[in-house]
Structure formats: structure tokens, C-alpha cells
Design a protein around this ligand. Structure first.
Ligand SMILES: CC(C)(COP(=O)(O)OP(=O)(O)OC[C@H]1O[C@@H](n2cnc3c(N)ncnc32)[C@H](O)[C@@H]1OP(=O)(O)O)[C@@H](O)C(=O)NCCC(=O)NCCS
Length: 323
């Protein structure tokens, strides 16, 4: 077993993407049908705002059998490494996962990271058993929910006292400050025992994130509720498109500022976004979202819109020392 650093821009990413696709097919991962194009795109376009992504591959007899992706966040969570290890289903229990983990741990120590976090681990799957055997503890659970557009129930009125505004890609200048403030309301969402810190949103950070998405060919479609009396953004919801999966939308953050909760804004904004986007994008068949398992309110909102629960993902953590 040979483990080496891997640069998806300079080396051929296809054999690595194939391992990821095989693992997703094996796990029947919800969402867009796994394909090599999407996996290559993600290898070359890491999640924005999580710091540099570092990759390693494991080879056996010259063949790529596993991949590790580690993020080293530089703003929040600066003592953490976020890692994902994926081994081809036909090559498991031969030490590839352990060898990749050793490489990630060495790099984490070199970068002064003290806490290791594995994410998007299927509850009840091999990753949970593997992580538990290493002493990782569950910090947080996410329920993945899927909406097939034929099931969508979007006929929800806009609550009195609010009007909706919408945009693609860039928040209008007259709203961006208030929008940045409202985005911080996501920081109130429950994260179980996870030590994960939410981002601190400012206008500058909103603009940086918008630019990062443009660079990755990701479209961001946003609906906000503006409180008519104050002109302030009271809540927001957003979906993203992925360039390689046009039949899917990814429902991202939905947040309502504390003073405006309990008035049905969450469900009304999500429904309003679907009423806008679905007729304009007839190719879209499904929407996928992840909701904290403690966040019963948001799960209910999603059920009311026609979403169903499809999977639970775990976020597990432990100290780097001793791994
Ligand atoms: C989890 C995963 C990476 C393990 O890779 P692997 O190459 O099979 O792991 P290793 O061969 O290095 O296993 C090392 C040790 O981990 C533990 N382990 C690994 N897989 C396990 C499983 N399914 N159940 C219980 N323990 C397991 C065992 O102690 C094993 O030692 P052993 O085989 O001598 O008993 C692999 O199953 C995988 O890709 N799963 C899907 C993706 C995922 O969930 N990744 C983990 C989250 S980042």
C-alpha cells in the first residue's frame, strides 16, 4: 500500500473520481446519480470557505484504491481538520483507510490541528463502524431530505407585513448589509454536541462567497423576506445548482432572524423560492437538503413542502492526539 499527496489540477483526477463514484454507488448515496464528471468537478472545486483542501491517494499494485480529502479551515474552526476517507468497496479491510488516515494525521499535526472531524458519514454504514472503532464520537446528525418536484406543495401565502425579494448570484446593493446580518441567524441552528463554529457573516464575506460560487459555476438563487416596516431582511433561503447535475437543486441555508420567528416565514420563503425556480427550470426533478436532526422545526417545514427523509449523516469528532 502506497499513500501519496495528490493534486487534482496537475494529475489525472479520473481514477480518483472513479473510486468515489464506486463508493457512492455502493452506499446508494442520495442526490444526483454519482458520476465521474461531478466527482472530478468537486475534486477541483473544493467547498468554498473551508480553507485549503489537501488530497492523498492510496494505491495498491499501482491502482488507485482510496482517497482522503482534508480541509484545514482558516477562519472559524482553526484547530480542526475536516476529513473524508473513501476506499473502493472492493478494496476495503486491507489497510488503505488506516494508511490514508496516518497521512492526514501527520499533516494535521504539522499544521497544529488538535481536533479531527469526519463528516457526511452514513449512519449505520461502514464509516460509522470505522470511526467508532477509532474513538470518534458523534457530534451531530443531519437528516437528508429529498423533494421530488411532482410532490412539491408550494401554495403558501407570504405572511402579512413582509414582502419577498429574490436574486441570482449577487445580493442587491440596497439589501446586502441587512442580508449579511440576517445570515448570522443560521448560527442559532442547533448543532448537537459538535464543536463546529458557524461563519461570521459580513458584507465582504457575502461578496467573497458569491465570487467563489461564480468561479465554480455554481448558481445561487436566493429569496429573502423583507420586513416592510423596517426595511430589514428578516429571513432568507437559498438553493444552489451544480454544473454537472442540472436536474438537481441543493437547498442550502434557511434562516429567520429571531425577532421574526413563529410567523411562518421559513415555510413561506422556501415555498416562494420553489414557485419561482421550478417553472423557470423545467429540467429540475429533485431538491436535496440536509437538516440538523435536532432541528425538528425545519424538518417539519420540509415535510409540509413535500420533502421525505432519505438518510442520516453523522458528523463525528475526536482529538488528533493518539489517532
Ligand atoms: C471507512 C473506510 C474508509 C475504511 O477503509 P478500509 O480501507 O476498509 O479500512 P482499513 O482496512 O484501513 O481498516 C482499519 C481498521 O478500521 C476498522 N474498520 C474498518 N472498516 C470497518 C468496518 N466496516 N466495521 C468495523 N470496523 C472497521 C477495523 O478495526 C480495521 O482493522 P481490521 O480490518 O484489522 O479489523 C471505508 O469503509 C469506506 O470508504 N467507507 C465509505 C466512506 C466512509 O464512510 N468513510 C469514513 C468517513 S470519512
Amino acid at each position: 500500500m502506497d499513500v501519496a499527496r495528490f493534486d487534482p489540477h496537475r494529475e489525472d483526477p479520473v481514477p480518483v473520481a472513479r473510486v468515489q463514484v464506486a463508493a457512492m454507488e455502493h452506499a446508494r448515496t442520495p442526490g444526483p446519480r454519482p458520476n465521474v464528471d461531478t466527482a472530478v468537478w468537486r475534486l477541483r472545486n473544493p467547498f468554498p470557505d473551508l480553507g485549503p483542501a489537501v488530497h492523498w491517494v492510496a494505491r495498491a499494485g499501482g491502482e488507485v484504491v482510496g482517497v482522503a480529502v482534508a480541509y484545514f479551515p482558516e477562519r472559524e474552526n482553526t484547530s480542526s481538520v475536516l476529513l473524508t476517507i473513501t476506499v473502493h468497496p472492493d478494496h476495503r479491510r486491507r489497510g488503505a483507510g488506516a494508511a490514508l488516515l496516518r497521512a492526514v494525521v501527520a499533516e494535521s499535526v504539522a499544521r497544529g490541528r488538535t481536533s479531527a472531524e469526519v463528516w457526511q458519514v452514513d449512519e449505520g454504514g461502514p464509516g460509522e463502524a470505522w470511526a467508532s472503532s477509532l474513538g470518534f464520537r458523534v457530534g451531530w446528525r443531519t437528516v437528508l431530505q429529498q423533494l421530488d418536484v411532482t410532490d412539491a406543495r408550494t401554495d403558501v401565502p407570504v405572511p402579512a407585513g413582509y414582502r419577498f425579494r429574490r436574486w441570482i448570484g449577487a445580493a442587491p446593493d440596497d439589501l446586502v448589509e441587512s442580508y449579511a446580518r440576517a445570515r448570522n441567524a443560521i448560527g442559532d441552528s442547533p448543532l448537537g454536541d459538535a464543536e463546529f463554529e458557524h461563519p461570521e457573516w459580513t458584507v465582504e464575506r457575502v461578496r467573497e462567497e458569491e465570487a467563489a460560487r461564480r468561479r465554480q459555476d455554481v448558481e445561487q438563487l436566493v429569496v429573502v423576506a423583507v420586513h416592510e416596516e423596517s426595511g430589514e431582511v428578516a429571513g432568507l433561503t437559498e438553493v444552489e445548482t451544480r454544473p454537472t447535475a442540472p436536474t438537481w437543486l441543493m437547498q442550502r441555508d434557511t434562516a429567520v432572524v429571531a425577532a421574526h420567528r413563529g410567523r411562518g416565514l421559513g415555510v413561506a420563503m422556501k415555498a416562494g423560492l420553489l414557485r419561482w425556480v421550478l417553472p423557470e427550470r423545467p429540467e429540475v426533478q429533485s431538491v436535496l437538503t440536509g437538516t440538523g436532526s435536532d432541528n425538528v422545526a425545519m424538518q417539519r417545514v420540509n415535510h409540509a413542502l413535500g420533502y421525505r427523509d432519505v438518510r442520516t449523516w453523522l458528523f463525528l469528532q475526536r482529538e488528533v492526539e493518539g489517532l
